[in-house]
Design a protein around this ligand. Structure first.
Ligand code: ATP
Ligand code: MG
Length: 493
């Protein structure tokens, strides 16, 4: 069931439909758009996201031709359009504050643009009926705009802008007036319409969930500039800055200082075997020696995360096969190995990436050892960075952290749904004690606001699979929050 993924932006041979080339827009001495370059491809559903006043509407107005460009060029379908008047552009725009003709019926409002272009009454009639069906407005066709609700009026505006089947449709907050449920339904309708008509949509929204739902790609803007342009999943899972991480969704941001993670796994700071006593705070990291290996039971107790840094036979085998090449044979008598250099780690990572690309090692393959290639999933035993984030607190292990950040101030960005909360100390690579200060019950999930020993607040989320009465964590409880060593993203500011 191979399905081709729609990703024209990855294809060097694809020509973009829209190209902003070093576009600057100034109003007097105020710069609304600042030397911005952006490509949007045919059939994309492209979302512009950003705080109020960051320049989203200005971008759209320049595209539609209602606003001049101060510097730079805009290309549309291979043509420089900056001197093409709005009515000659194959673009339609649904404005943030759309206006319907109050004296015309809904039917006539939708037909208005078509009548100006064509005299073919039958064609116009068919098209209007189709648009009414598409936006579920058929039964309101005869009413005037003041006789329908705000949400319905918004759908009329949408039907009107789609009626002429533009090549490019610009939608500025098209669903702003709809209630949440209708809004969500309309989002899916919009996606359907976009797919069936093959129109390229550029949408402005202040609702990040909406952008995530409908868009093929999202551009996050700040003060007339693009901060990140990527697919929704990348924007969410791999934001390129604290700004983006904070703007999209709920996030924990933990500032600290990065340092290289020793090649030998540090003893799991919150070693699972010390677990049962939730006596809060710092168990100072013991030196990394073989003796820190947890007793065999730890393996059986920890099926949840096979990446738990717990040396065992397989770990030893992998070390000999893979890491020994870079780090030398391990001398058990003098266990402190020098940490690998960034170069060594980069080489190890490259080897791993190559192996992954060649599709050889899988976690299953690791169980039945095959020679040479480093099995996937073992990388967390070393490499990456540690983040010192609070006095007297164990560092946070970040296996996917860039070793080039060594010594730098960084911020760990971690989504609440990747943070677990437990009454018993869990067996996870990063475990921190705290106290429940607040619980936000959202029906399907609950968000726990946990104060750590350092005073920092961290949000953890739990899916409410059980009925309310069966849930066990409550206000003031001493709890453990936990997350894996790859759950967060390290951002440099
Ligand atoms: N005609 C104008 N004259 C002067 N300044 C303007 C003009 N139009 C827009 N601006 C300014 O340019 C900036 C960008 O405005 P724009 O309307 O593009 O913001 P936006 O991102 O669409 O915001 P919102 O989410 O509130 O709609 C704002 O600071 C705004 O005040
Ligand atoms: Mg706007």
């Amino acid at each position: 069931m191979a399905q081709t993924v729609f990703a024209p932006w990855k294809d060097r041979d694809q020509k973009p439909l829209i190209e902003f080339r070093n576009v600057t827009k100034r109003f007097g001495d105020f710069t609304a758009i600042d030397n911005l370059s952006l490509n949007i491809y045919e059939r994309e559903f492209f979302a512009l996201l950003g705080p109020s006043g960051c320049g989203k509407t200005t971008m759209m107005r320049m595209l539609a031709g209602f606003e001049s460009v101060t510097e730079g060029h805009i290309w549309l379908g291979g043509q420089d359009i900056i001197s093409v008047p709005p009515n000659k552009r194959p673009v339609n725009m649904m404005f943030q504050s759309y206006a319907l003709f109050p004296h015309l019926s809904i039917w006539d409002n939708i037909a208005f643009g078509l009548r100006r272009e064509s005299k073919d009454k039958e064609m116009i009639g068919e098209r209007v009926e189709e648009m009414l069906r598409l936006t579920r407005l058929t039964k309101f066709a005869k009413r005037k705009p003041h006789q329908i609700s705000g949400g319905q009026r918004q759908r009329v505006a949408l039907a009107r802008s789609l009626a002429k089947a533009p090549k490019l449709l610009l939608l500025d907050e098209p669903l702003g007036a709809l209630d949440k449920k209708l809004r969500e339904e309309t989002q899916f309708e919009l996606m359907d319409i976009q797919e069936t008509t093959g129109t390229t949509f550029v949408i402005v929204t202040h609702d990040q969930e909406e952008a995530m739902t409908v868009a093929s790609r999202i551009a996050v803007m700040d003060e007339g500039r693009l901060v990140q342009v990527d697919t929704p999943d990348v924007i969410y899972e791999a934001p390129n800055s604290v700004y983006v991480a904070d703007f999209i969704g709920d996030v924990n941001l933990i500032p600290g200082t990065a340092r290289l993670r020793p090649a030998e796994p540090e003893p799991p700071v919150a070693a699972p075997t010390l677990a049962k006593d939730p006596a809060p705070v710092a168990e100072a990291p013991a030196p990394a020696t073989e003796t820190t290996a947890p007793p065999p039971t730890a393996q059986a107790d920890a099926p949840a995360d096979a990446r738990q840094p717990a040396p065992n036979e397989r770990g030893e085998w992998i070390y000999k096969k893979v890491f020994a090449r870079f780090l030398g044979q391990r001398d058990l008598a003098t266990p402190q190995l020098p940490p690998p250099s960034p170069g060594e780690l980069a080489a190890a990572r490259k080897a791993e990436a190559d192996a992954e690309r060649a599709n050889t090692p899988t976690p299953d393959a690791a169980r039945a050892p095959a020679p040479a290639a480093k099995p996937h999933g073992t990388e967390t035993k070393s490499g990456g960075i540690l983040i010192d984030w609070a006095e007297g607190q164990p560092p946070i292990i970040v296996a996917n952290g860039d070793t080039a950040l060594d010594g730098k101030p960084v911020t760990l960005s971690i989504r609440p749904e990747k943070v677990t909360i437990d009454l018993e100390k869990p067996d996870r690579p990063n475990v921190l004690p705290g106290k429940v200060i607040d619980i936000a019950y959202l029906g399907n999930i609950s968000t726990y606001h946990v104060e750590l020993a350092s005073g920092r607040m961290v949000k953890a989320q739990m899916v409410n699979a059980r009925r309310l009465s069966n849930r066990h964590i409550t206000w003031e409880d001493a709890v453990w929050i936990g997350f894996t060593e790859t759950a967060g993203v390290v951002l440099e500011e």
